[in-house]
Design a protein around this ligand. Structure first.
Ligand code: ADP
Length: 503
């Protein structure tokens, strides 16, 4: 495969790795170490999973799902129209009325445990398909997405027979049918986040995965089929925005759970306003990673890299703004640049890959547009000198220094491996700058002083705050946002309340 060099950094000096970078990375070419997809079975065509069966869509339409790293079509997937969605909601309603709402919690738990175990058994296959369909490095899908997806089913299976204790002596009952719409950044994990609490609480589900990453949700449907979950408890319908809108607007859906862009979230909120539907929205973010001068700087740099580059920045909680105390700005930038020289971008199935493919052409264009805007607005750009494969959608890890708070790169969600670095002098200035955003999903604090972490955590307007770490998740820990990052929590006891009526 031939390669071209990415757009160089802003200065000659930037392009050269320092001695440290040479010592730790660039000097060593890694031999390819790809996971083999040979034993993975992807069907050429997938129907809809409705009422426990695989059905041909009434629409008669299918669309391709494409690997963003090779641009090859992986499979054809059904495009559900409003009638198909109606069939799925009817199947979910029937399953709710007939069995699921009547089953004892302990029996629901048995099914959910079974799903969790099957995810673990099929972990390798799921990780490979996730990386092929979504472009993320196998390191991430293997070590983060798939184990966490299993963990969410295990965790919620544990709650299924203890719900009356989750709300301090009050009784709870399920809501009914949940319509769930998820994005492309964590396809399997988001499906698990949505399905596990819903069915643990006794609801039934119609889930719509994102149109660019439907495959692992469809593999999950196969797992659910093998786990012999009663037909219709979980239904999976594929399609794009119109399918999602048909699901959110369906009159027999009692609860809508959406993760995706703030724009679509607002549209859904407007569409269902005035109805009795319950709603949770997990939307965009523009998280600040705040690095104090007393922080362990090497650890902080690793956290910054993890927060914005390891997942191509395809994380709503990505640490896309770095606020660094002025006195250590230059040293942090230098360390970061050195580390970026050692990042390996390329084949998502290679176990050494740090940065995978951008999920779609459209997303790549959006990243390019915002990066161009950053340059036009006068910020200084550095892009890691990665080799970009000829095929597929890629963007080299990039950061900007000298950006103003009002610039687009400091305000808008880029959803790519692009970091905007700014400085502060006092904790209060850091708080003011970190909170100066329409979003409020997450934040990171790096300091040697525990008291400073607590002080900052009480002032930062973000749903999730990490101290001396970043992007760590656990099913017992609620996740969700403030302001335009949405409302409602997923995970933990708080996440259960989105799926029950407390009496
Ligand atoms: P992203 O920018 O992360 O792709 P989107 O909000 O566009 O986020 O997409 C997230 C999910 O919402 C996808 O499954 C997508 O198909 C779905 N979607 C897009 N438009 C609508 C809509 N109008 N109503 C409901 N769902 C939608």
């Amino acid at each position: 495969m031939s390669h071209t060099l990415t757009k160089p950094g802003s200065t000659e000096v930037d392009r050269k790795p320092s001695a440290a970078a040479l010592e730790f990375g660039q000097a060593w070419e890694y031999a390819p170490a790809p996971e083999s997809p040979d034993h993975v079975r992807i069907d050429p065509k997938y129907g809809l999973f409705v009422g426990g069966r695989w059905v041909t869509p009434r629409s008669g339409k299918f669309f391709p799902t494409v690997s963003p790293s090779t641009e090859q079509t992986l499979a054809e997937v059904a495009e559900a129209n409003a009638q198909d969605v109606d069939d799925a909601v009817k199947a979910a309603r029937e399953a709710y009325d007939k069995y699921w709402s009547k089953l004892r919690g302990a029996d629901r738990a048995k099914y959910i445990f079974r799903i969790a175990r099957a995810i673990q058994e099929k972990a390798r296959e799921l990780a490979i398909v996730e990386s092929m369909d979504g472009g993320k490095p196998i390191k991430e899908s293997r070590d983060v997405d798939v184990p966490l997806a299993a963990a969410h089913f295990f965790y919620h299976a544990g709650w299924a027979d203890k719900l009356d204790y989750a709300f301090q002596g009050r009784r709870v009952r399920p809501l009914g049918v949940a319509g769930q719409i998820i994005p492309w950044n964590f396809p399997l994990l988001m499906a698990a986040w949505k399905i596990a609490p819903a069915i643990a609480c006794g609801n039934t589900v119609v889930l719509k995965p994102a149109e660019t990453t439907p495959l692992t949700a469809l593999l999950l449907a196969k797992i659910i089929e093998e786990a012999e979950l009663p037909p219709g408890v979980v239904n999976i319908v594929t399609g794009a925005g119109e399918t999602g809108a048909a699901l959110a607007n369906h009159p027999d859906v009692n609860k809508v759970a959406f993760t995706g862009s703030t724009d679509v979230g607002k549209r859904i909120q407007r569409a269902i306003a005035g109805s009795t539907k319950r709603l949770t929205l997990e939307l965009g973010g523009k998280a600040a990673n705040v690095v104090f001068a007393d922080a362990p700087l090497d650890q902080a740099v690793e956290g910054i890299v993890n927060g914005i580059y390891f997942n191509q920045g395809h994380v709503c909680c990505a640490g896309s703004r770095l606020l660094v105390e002025e006195s250590v700005h230059d040293i942090v930038v230098k360390k970061l640049r050195d580390r970026m020289h050692t990042l390996r971008l390329g084949d998502p199935l290679d176990k050494n890959t740090d940065v995978g493919a951008i999920n779609s052409k459209a997303q790549l264009q959006r990243i390019r547009e915002l990066v161009d805007a950053g340059e036009k607005e006068g910020a200084e750009r550095f892009s890691a000198p990665c080799r970009i494969p000829d095929k597929g959608f890629w963007f080299a890890p990039t950061f900007f220094t000298g950006a103003s708070m009002s610039s687009r790169i400091a305000r808008e969600e880029i959803f790519g491996p692009v970091l905007t670095i700014m400085t502060f002098r006092t904790p209060d200035e850091a708080i003011e700058k970190a909170n100066n955003t329409m979003y409020g999903l997450s934040a990171g604090i790096w300091t040697d002083k525990g008291a400073k972490i607590f002080y900052m955590a009480t002032k930062l307007k973000a749903g999730v705050i990490w101290g001396n770490t970043y992007n760590k998740f656990d099913p017992s820990s609620p996740f969700g946002g403030y302001k335009e990052s949405g409302f409602g929590r997923e995970g933990g006891r708080q996440g259960l309340s989105a799926y029950v009526e407390v009496e």
